[in-house]
Design a protein around this ligand. Structure first.
Ligand code: 13P
Ligand code: SF4
Length: 337
């Protein structure tokens, strides 16, 4: 069972944000009654809690049954035999859990947790594009609504987008909604001598599009031997200068295996916090950025969704949409198996 001491042990090395905030043991003690009540309700309701790598560390390190990137958590949701799945992340991730495991009660403690990518394209847009590009295979990033997935052929995540687009037998692809990730895919495939006609929608992650290549130059000048890790939602001029590009969990694994001891990450601060906690002997230079949608998550909301979920926090998807979206997401598992 978690204690304030154990939680503080996990949180004490985390110092992200400006001004830098640090956890104290007193703070952990104050969180304990809420954590204990959540644990009780989990047992009573046979519930599991899935927590994305960007979510606040006091949630990540206390009530989570599984943590990870959007691919890993989708897999856990698909395989779960719990009665209730609480998804602490953003809306499209909770929806993906319901698509994959529709017989379960999926609870979203953060129903306003949008995403600038998922909110930037509608099913109507895709229906129109399919008429314009009838011979293209429509590949959607997981950061899309269930309705958009239902209109697409194959879903991908940041951990498999390069490999899946390369494997798809059609050499005409429409990739949506992340233009920057799409440009990275095009460059990656060109470098491997793969030629495909890849059309792109003009969406972007408001967190990752802000990063500029100059910050990498500056960090390299100031920190000798630093390893630069970036997410594939960054622009290609940033990805080109990085040492490693990968999903949030792939970056975590990369740091675990790396021989270097200082890193600069261009991604959301939640991941930097996890890395500081997991690898206190390593240095994580520079800054990171907060995703306001991920940061809406709180322990109080998780407690309240388990105690008495509001109608909006119970994820419902109409049967036709769920079935069509499931085919799209299942094709991702087919390509990654
Ligand atoms: P990951 O699948 O890499 O965790 O990414 C999700 C996301 O929203 C990144 O901004
Ligand atoms: Fe969406 Fe960007 Fe936030 Fe990820 S970091 S959930 S892509 S807005």
């Amino acid at each position: 069972m978690i204690t304030a001491e154990k939680l503080y042990e996990k949180l004490k090395d985390i110092q992200v944000g400006n001004p830098v905030c640090r956890f104290t043991q007193e703070h952990c003690e104050l969180l304990l009654p809420t954590i204990r009540r959540i644990e009780e309700l989990k047992r009573e309701k046979n519930a599991i809690i899935l927590v994305h790598n960007y979510v606040a560390p006091q949630i990540f390190y206390s009530v989570a049954d599984y943590t990870g990137d959007s691919y890993g958590l989708s897999k856990k949701a698909k395989e779960s035999d719990a009665d209730v799945i609480v998804f602490s992340a953003v809306r499209f991730m909770a929806e993906t859990a319901k698509i994959l495991n529709p017989g379960k009660v999926v609870l979203d403690p953060n129903p306003d947790g949008g995403c600038s990518l998922a909110d930037g394209i509608t099913a109507k847009d895709v229906i129109r594009l399919r008429k314009e590009f009838p011979d293209h295979t429509f590949v959607c990033y997981i950061n899309t609504t269930a309705e958009v997935k239902a209109q697409c052929d194959v879903c991908v995540t940041s951990s498999n987008v390069y490999a899946i687009i390369e494997k798809i037998p059609n050499d005409r692809i429409y990739f949506l909604p992340d233009r920057l990730m799409g440009e990275n895919v095009i460059k990656h495939l060109e470098a491997r001598g793969v030629n495909k006609d890849i059309q792109l929608w003009d969406g972007a992650c408001y967190v990752h599009e802000e990063y500029q290549p100059e910050s990498i130059d500056q960090v390299r000048r100031n920190f000798e031997g630093v390893e630069i890790l970036v997410h594939p939602e960054c622009r290609s001029s940033v990805v080109d200068k990085a040492d490693y590009v990968g999903s949030t969990s792939q970056m975590l694994d990369h740091v675990r295996e790396s021989k270097r001891d200082s890193f600069f990450l261009l991604t959301e601060c939640g991941l930097t916090g996890v890395l500081q906690s997991e690898f206190p002997e390593k240095t994580f230079a520079g800054s990171c950025t907060l995703c306001k949608y991920m940061k809406f998550n709180s322990l109080e909301d998780i407690l309240s969704v388990l105690e008495n979920p509001s109608p909006r926090s119970i994820v419902e998807i109409d049967l036709e949409t769920q079935k069509r979206a499931l085919q799209c997401v299942e094709r991702m598992f087919h390509y990654t198996s």
